[in-house]
Ligand binder design. Structure first.
Ligand code: URA
Length: 245
């Protein structure tokens, strides 16, 4: 087995771990009684968009899809407003029969350009974390997000977007049937555990999704901003490894 210092070096964390010990116009036009008012031509009304409501028939159809059908369906999805602003859909990447499935939040700018999750700096850290437990994004793990399209400006996903995309995540989990789900960050943890809580509270409690153990950890982007929390992420990885084995 790989020794701890090798693993920590792989994660790029060695120094950290070692520290551990229109307003409407006013009406100023006076009616002229002897003239017939010209027929007003109204500007066409902008179409009113109904909010994306969870459609039970859609969820049922998605729940019966194969991997390839699922990817194709995601690529054409218009179930929420993100379909209007996305560049590429980001269905996920990895082993289709993985031991671990990592669930992140949503694609960012680079992911939206490339169609692959976690391709930036946070992705490099996630790769290092996976490597620390002997996995790669293409081997032993599948990386998905709660939502498959980028929220404009990298804002947080909104509840209707999460609701519209959750059937896809559920089907991915059912098809992949991993031994363990690693929820990276608040949105993944809240979605998988159906709890409205902080990451700090959820990572202690963890839980299950469809009988699969869920380990909650900090989002890699958060770990890049708060490197002292990496020691907790390390603990989460060890807990995940023990649960999956
Ligand atoms: N952050 C995520 O949660 N997912 C990505 O794919 C990229 C960044």
């Amino acid at each position: 087995m790989t020794d701890r210092s090798t693993i920590l070096r792989e994660m790029g964390l060695t120094p950290i771990w070692s520290l551990r010990g229109a307003a409407s116009p006013s009406s100023d036009v006076i009616a002229e009684p002897h003239r017939v008012a010209p027929l007003a031509i109204e500007a066409p009304l902008a179409p009113i968009e109904p909010p994306a409501l969870p459609d039970p028939n859609r969820a049922t159809l998605i729940a019966a899809m194969s991997w390839d059908e699922l990817i194709a369906s995601i690529s054409h999805c218009t179930a929420c407003k993100l379909s209007k602003t996305r560049n590429k859909t980001v269905p996920g990447v990895g082993d289709r029969a993985p031991a671990w499935m990592v669930v992140g939040e949503a694609p960012g700018e680079n992911e939206d350009k490339q169609g692959e999750p976690f391709v930036g700096k946070a992705g490099q850290l996630l790769d290092a974390m996976l490597s620390a437990v002997g996995k790669k994004r293409t081997q032993g793990a599948f990386i998905a997000n709660v939502i498959k399209c980028r929220p404009p400006g990298n804002r947080n996903p909104e509840p209707d977007e999460i609701a519209a995309c959750t059937p896809y995540l559920k089907r991915q989990i059912a098809l992949a049937s991993p031994k363990l789900l690693l929820a990276a960050g608040k949105f993944a943890a809240q979605t998988l555990l159906n709890r409205d809580d902080t990451v700090a509270a959820m990572r202690v409690a963890s839980g299950h999704f469809s009988g699969i153990p869920v380990v909650v950890t900090y989002h890699p982007a958060y770990l890049l901003r708060s490197p002292l929390e990496k020691s907790k992420a390390w603990d989460d990885l060890m807990k995940a490894r023990a649960l999956a084995e």
